[in-house]
Design a binder for this molecule. Structure first.
Ligand SMILES: [Zn+2]
Length: 549
């Protein structure tokens, strides 16, 4: 069913086109939204319902070698949450497993069932890009792409040590092209490599790596300006140094100042907004950080909200996982990816009666509630790190309902909450329009996806229709209809069709002059040959949506 459709009588939230709750009809033909009604189109009666663009997740972990490692580490989760094949009207249904790190098919089904139609994986080691493409090929419905890790890449670090920043930019472009990645990702710049070289202490952004002149500042400056000068649709996506450490808000502010005036996206800000000191005293640093973001319009962020319940931490920030494993005693997997990055996995449970979990929950909510511009501070839980994407409806409820939030706040451990803005009272309630911004219009704009996150003529026909009801969490957990690329995938709340998702990637041009030097590096240090490194043509299922130049 990809023919013409009319969605009639719905209350439309399309913030990119300044439509806020007006009753409008939406017309679809050949997978896109069109201006005028199409004769003979089938009709969806959306009277009494809310119509929004399909959700866009700017930062998630769903398709990578590290996600797959997490699946292997957690067989007990598979056992607890079997996911039977859904009763589809068309196509082959597949069973799978759920939990915090669902299997590929279940990931696609559940994201679509939640009204999300585009998902970016935020951390892929270039060497394992093939795995990510294979996993996305196996993840139905959602359009996907991934960010390529560059913040601890040995070749890049050597170039920076030699002062070769232009060469570094060309290398970053080559890497995106070779892996079919979508954006450049920096995780704990230099900190993972420092850990591999035996250093675990907190890093300032001016701490050089052992046996090197390279600092986190140099890495940040280089990658942020590379993303800009290459004209990438999404700016550098930055996970700062010192994640999860008390007092790290100072590092986050220093990192933002280091790239002041340039476009840069700072991810899962919640994990980087702690006041206090290295003596282990914690407090919220959300207010001072979000004030900086509010007054610096070239900076954007996603929150990385922590939700109470089970989670799985999956990150390229291997030293953080080492510390978490040591402090929690939970099982741990860790992998070094040769020359490129690290990777660790530790299951974790956020408990409302645990002081640090409660502080993290509060810090995330403060960032949301104190953010002045919802277009620049968007929703994420850093799935599955702060909680599963399935907790988004509960998070939306917390943002939209001050009474509910205040009630939840009464039940959390308040021993670290003295002086926090939320404890002092933040009465803001997000409107439906603001929810539409932080879950679809904003992320699409920050990602540079011009055909997504809005309902104007020419946009991809990715649409979610919710029954309007008083129970906000239930409303957002169970959309009545979800349309992906013009196909009705959810009908009357049931998953019915599972078209293939498309791949989002960029192909920036780069100076071929770097190739001999790069080939020499591979010959000398890598176990994979230079010629076998690029991913090559993607499978038929993948269609390029964004190709630069
Ligand atoms: Zn992440």
């Amino acid at each position: 069913m990809t023919d013409a459709i009319r969605i009639v009588g719905g209350e439309v939230y399309d913030p990119a086109n300044h439509i806020e709750g007006q009753i409008r009809d939406i017309f679809i033909e050949d997978g896109r939204i069109v201006r005028d009604p199409i004769p003979g189109a089938s009709t969806i009666d959306a009277r009494g319902m809310v119509v929004m663009p399909g959700g866009v997740d700017i930062h998630s972990h769903v398709a990578s070698g590290s996600v797959n490692l997490a699946r292997r580490l957690l067989p007990e989760e598979h056992q607890r949450d079997p996911a039977p094949a859904p009763p589809l009207l068309e196509g082959k249904a597949r069973s799978g497993t759920g939990g915090t790190v669902p299997s590929t098919f279940t990931t696609g089904y559940r994201y679509a069932g939640l009204g999300y139609t585009t998902v970016l994986d935020a951390a892929v080691a270039p060497l394992l890009a093939r795995t990510s493409h294979a996993e996305f090929d196996d993840t139905p419905i959602v359009d996907g792409g991934f960010f390529v890790l560059v913040g601890n890449d040995e070749y890049l670090l050597e170039l920076l040590d030699a002062g070769e920043r232009e060469h570094a930019r060309e290398y970053a472009a080559w890497l995106l092209d070779a892996t079919h990645g979508y954006a450049l990702k920096v995780v704990n710049p230099g900190g993972v490599e420092a850990w591999k070289r035996g250093r675990l202490a907190p890093m300032s952004i001016d701490t050089p790596l052992p046996a090197s002149r390279v600092t986190p500042r140099a890495i940040l400056e280089t990658i942020v300006s590379a993303a800009t000068s290459l004209g990438l649709p999404h700016p550098a996506h930055i996970h700062c140094n010192n994640l999860g450490r008390p007092g790290n808000v100072m590092t986050t502010l220093e990192s933002m100042r280091a790239v002041e005036g340039q476009r840069a996206h700072f991810t899962h800000l919640q994990f980087h907004s702690y006041g206090g000191d290295s003596e282990g005293v914690w407090r919220s640093g959300a207010k001072e950080l979000i004030e900086y973001v509010n007054t610096h319009p070239t900076i954007s962020a996603d929150v990385g909200q922590v939700m109470f319940g089970p989670a799985t931490t999956v990150t390229a920030d291997a030293p953080v996982e080492y510390l978490l494993h040591k402090s929690s005693g939970r099982k741990w997997a860790n992998v070094d990816i040769e020359l490129e990055t690290g990777c660790g996995v530790v299951p974790h449970t956020y408990k409302e009666k645990a002081a640090i979990s409660a502080l993290q929950w509060v810090v995330g909510l403060e960032l949301f509630l104190l953010a002045a511009d919802p277009w620049r501070v968007v929703l994420s839980t850093d799935h599955p790190n702060g909680g599963s994407f399935l907790s988004y409806p509960e998070l939306i409820h917390l943002l939209m309902d001050n009474t509910y939030r205040a009630d939840r706040l009464k039940h959390v451990n308040n021993s670290l909450l003295a002086g926090s803005a939320l404890s002092d009272g933040l009465e803001r309630e997000y409107s439906l329009n603001e929810i539409a911004i932080i879950t679809r219009a904003g992320p699409a704009r920050l990602l540079g996806l011009r055909d997504k996150g809005h309902l104007g003529a020419g946009a991809d026909a990715d649409i979610t229709i919710y029954s309007k009801e008083a129970n906000i969490a239930r409303m957002f957990a169970t959309p009545r209809y979800v349309i992906k690329g013009g196909a009705v995938v959810v009908e009357e709340g049931q998953l019915r069709r599972t078209p293939n998702g498309r791949r989002l990637y960029v192909s920036p041009e780069h100076d071929r002059g770097i190739i001999p030097h790069l080939r020499g590096f591979f010959d000398k240090h890598a176990t994979v040959s230079f010629d076998n490194y690029p991913v090559g043509e993607l499978s038929d299922a993948a269609q390029p949506l964004v190709r630069l130049r």
